[in-house]
Design a protein around this ligand. Structure first.
Ligand code: MSP
Length: 500
């Protein structure tokens, strides 16, 4: 089965912050999990490089937009690599193939009669690249997201007839109640549609930094239309000489933050209808990482946590774990260095790391470096029986936090099992030899099974551990707790999460 998953593409007007990292990691967990289950996954991420946000930032720095885009796109790419994000392609909206496809699709929309010329006047936020409606504007005429002054803009634009898709959108929402998840965001999108859709501007006349409108070269497309189409255009050129559209379109999941809900749940399906393209199956909406001040982490509010700093101090898997564990997917959550340290010390080092090092050390010492090839403890095994199916079901609802919690309960269960069985006591009496072997076979097996499930969250750490357990396979069916110890030879393991 094919599974096409995307993240939002990030603006290159500034450097990446932890909020960007959060979205890429959550999407990666879902993509890796689906790959474990043998699905034919395509995972797309990238950068959004046109429009006012980038043109203005470049102007402020006295450089060409292209130079700023090149510089920051590199940083986003580097971040994705450091986060160990397993994207299959990284799109940049300045890729010439993307630009050509945007023109092609939007020309079709124009020819299909969904575009007309008109005058737009309204309050505009240059950071959002979006006009604001009166009831969302903050006191003092500020943008509700960036809290910067809005500007009054009026210009001749090409318009997209969004209003004419009202009925079809209402029908889509009725027929596909899981089109937008979680549910409260579905309701939010639907009530936006129900409140009456207005046509939206499709082009900008003042701006030069964008994709040229093919039927009116004095205009460039409004950045959001160019950006949204990335999900479609990427498939046409991600693989040289191959068009992946038939294989992966439409997208299975678009993962986005709640500030860009309207674009993905209203504009995007309408645009696809206008272009006669199939609609995505689901849009998954996550919340915001909040800075220490309790507000959305954002470059314009100056409360950002630098992901590279966290990575340097704690490492990739610790950051991945921390974000998936501490910020329930779909909700907002405050983040900070102190909280990363707490999770690192209490859970990664003391619970998982310690379980791994104790288990390996005891197998080395008591059973000659081999995981005993004997029956595992069936009572313990039964507590793990349903786990893989539960984790898969929860991840199918795009809830990586809940799935991680289910897995973590079993990590704790294994630590309790060590205490209950006290292998060091059993080792003292030859009468307990069988019980000791059963205990170590079960611990080895339990640790292996939870590590397979943890693999999408912490790929590098779990690979090291599974390697040391002599069972490197990470396919999903390997997450079952086997009735027999593996008999594999273990090898030494450096601490997974060294004390800092
Ligand atoms: N370029 C647009 C998206 C176009 S998608 C066709 C954009 N870029 S962005 O850089 O501002 O944000 C990219 C993604 O990061 C969005 O999904 C956004 O919600 C997410 N986040 C930005 N700040 C965030 C937090 N503080 N916390 C969590 N996610 C955040 O919007």
């Amino acid at each position: 089965m094919s599974f096409y998953i995307t993240t939002a593409i990030d603006y290159v007007n500034a450097q990446p912050h932890l909020g960007h990292a959060y979205e890429k990691i959550s999407t990666d967990v879902l993509a890796r999990h689906k790959r474990q289950r043998g699905e034919d996954v395509f995972f797309l991420t990238g950068t959004d490089e046109h429009g006012e946000p980038v043109a203005d930032a470049a102007r402020d720095q006295g450089i060409e937009p292209r130079v700023l885009a090149d510089r920051n796109a590199e940083r986003f790419k580097k971040l994705a690599a450091r986060l160990n994000v397993s994207n299959d392609f990284f799109i940049r909206t300045t890729d010439p193939q993307h630009e050509t496809m945007v023109q092609e699709v939007l020309l079709r929309v124009y020819r299909n009669g969904h575009v007309y010329k008109g005058i737009y006047e309204g309050w505009y936020c240059p950071r959002c690249a979006d006009f604001k409606v009166e009831n969302e504007i903050l006191e003092g005429n500020l943008c509700p997201i960036h809290e910067i002054p809005l500007t009054r803009e009026s210009e001749e634009n090409w318009f997209f007839r969004l209003s004419s898709f009202q009925e079809r959108l209402v029908r889509l929402y009725a027929e596909q109640p899981d089109f937008v998840m979680p549910r409260h965001h579905y309701n939010e999108a639907l009530s936006f549609i129900d409140s009456g859709l207005q046509d939206v501007s499709l082009s900008r006349a003042k701006l030069k930094w964008g994709v040229q409108v093919p039927w009116d070269p004095s205009h460039v497309f409004y950045v959001w239309f160019d950006a949204l189409l990335n999900y479609y255009t990427a498939l046409t050129y991600a693989r040289a000489g191959e068009d992946l559209t038939a294989r992966y379109w439409p997208a299975t999941y678009h993962v986005i933050g709640k500030d860009i809900l309207k674009f993905h749940t209203v504009y995007w399906p309408a645009l696809l209808m206008a272009a006669e393209l199939d609609l995505p199956h689901h849009v998954f909406v996550h919340g915001f990482l909040l800075g220490a001040d309790g507000r959305k982490m954002s470059k314009s509010l100056g409360n950002v946590l630098d992901p590279f700093e966290v990575l340097d101090q704690f490492g990739t898997d610790a950051l991945r774990f921390y974000l998936m564990r501490d910020v329930p997917f779909g909700a907002d959550g405050a983040v900070g260095m102190a909280a990363v340290r707490t999770r690192y010390d209490t859970e990664l080092a003391n619970e998982y790391g310690n379980l791994a090092s104790r288990t390996i050390a005891m197998i080395a010492r008591y059973t000659n470096g081999h995981i005993p090839d004997v029956a595992t403890d069936s009572a313990l095994a039964s507590e793990f029986d349903v786990l893989p199916a539960e984790v898969a079901a929860v991840l199918d609802r795009a809830d990586p936090t809940r799935a991680l919690d289910l897995i973590w309960h079993r990590v704790r269960r294994l630590n309790r099992y060590v205490e209950e069985r006290s292998p060091w006591e059993l080792a003292r009496s030859p009468d307990d030899a069988d019980r000791l072997r059963e205990t170590l076979a079960s611990l080895g097996e339990g640790l292996r099974a939870v590590s397979v499930l943890l693999h999408p969250y912490m790929p590098e750490t779990t690979e090291r551990l599974l390697g040391a357990l002599g069972s490197p396979a990470t396919e999903f069916d390997r997450a079952l707790f086997a009735e027999h110890g593996s008999g594999a030879r273990i090898s030494p393991l450096e601490p997974l999460f060294p004390k800092q």
